[in-house]
Structures are given as structure tokens and as C-alpha cells.
Ligand binder design. Structure first.
Ligand code: ZN
Length: 108
């Protein structure tokens, strides 16, 4: 059974909004709509200072994304945001060299 993951926008509202806005700027309107409903499945545990990457879909660790995979590179004012997209589903958000993410505890 797949457990219920929180919405990205409930945990990292600033990041979720920024990703959606940047996708609109890239003309990725479908992905932008999808970004508003992203779930936060997990956080990267590589331990690198510069990395705050987020998993947004269940996917076996270390496995290649396979067919239908593409990267969407966004252009934030600082650092790097790269989305791993498989068949128009955002699987992973690479958050590199960015200021610490502002976290909001999920509110109900
Ligand atoms: Zn990492």
C-alpha cells in the first residue's frame, strides 16, 4: 500500500510556488499545473551541503528512470532547479546550491 505523502506545497510552499512559476515561464503549462499538486515522497539523503533535492514520486532508489525520461532545467535567480520528468510526471526535483528551504509544517 502506498502511504499518503504530504503535498510539497504544504511542506515547502515557497519552493512549490517557485517551481510552478518557473515552469510557466518555460512554457511547461501542464507540468506547472502538476507541480501545484506534487507530493513530497522523500528528501535526498546524500548529505552534500549544496543538495536539498526532493523525491516527488515513488521510485526505487538508484534505478534509472528509463524510457520517457527527460530533464527540465529551470532558471531560478540562485542555484539550480532541475526536474526529472517521466511521461509528464515529475519524479524528482534537484535542488542544488540553493538557500535553505523554508519549511512549513503541514497544517490541517
Ligand atoms: Zn542529494
Amino acid at each position: 500500500m502506498e502511504q499518503e505523502h504530504p503535498f510539497l506545497r504544504d511542506v515547502f510552499p515557497d519552493l512549490a510556488a517557485e517551481v510552478a512559476d518557473l515552469l510557466e515561464e518555460e512554457g511547461e503549462h501542464d507540468l506547472a499545473a502538476h507541480a501545484r499538486d506534487l507530493r513530497l515522497v522523500g528528501e535526498c539523503d546524500c548529505g552534500d551541503d549544496f543538495c536539498q533535492s526532493l523525491r516527488t514520486a515513488p521510485h526505487p532508489k538508484g534505478q534509472p528512470f528509463g524510457e520517457g525520461h527527460r530533464c527540465v532545467t529551470l532558471e531560478p535567480p540562485t542555484g539550480m532547479l532541475v526536474l526529472d520528468v517521466v511521461d509528464d510526471r515529475i519524479m524528482y526535483v534537484e535542488v542544488i546550491d540553493r538557500p535553505p528551504l523554508r519549511r512549513r509544517d503541514a497544517q490541517r
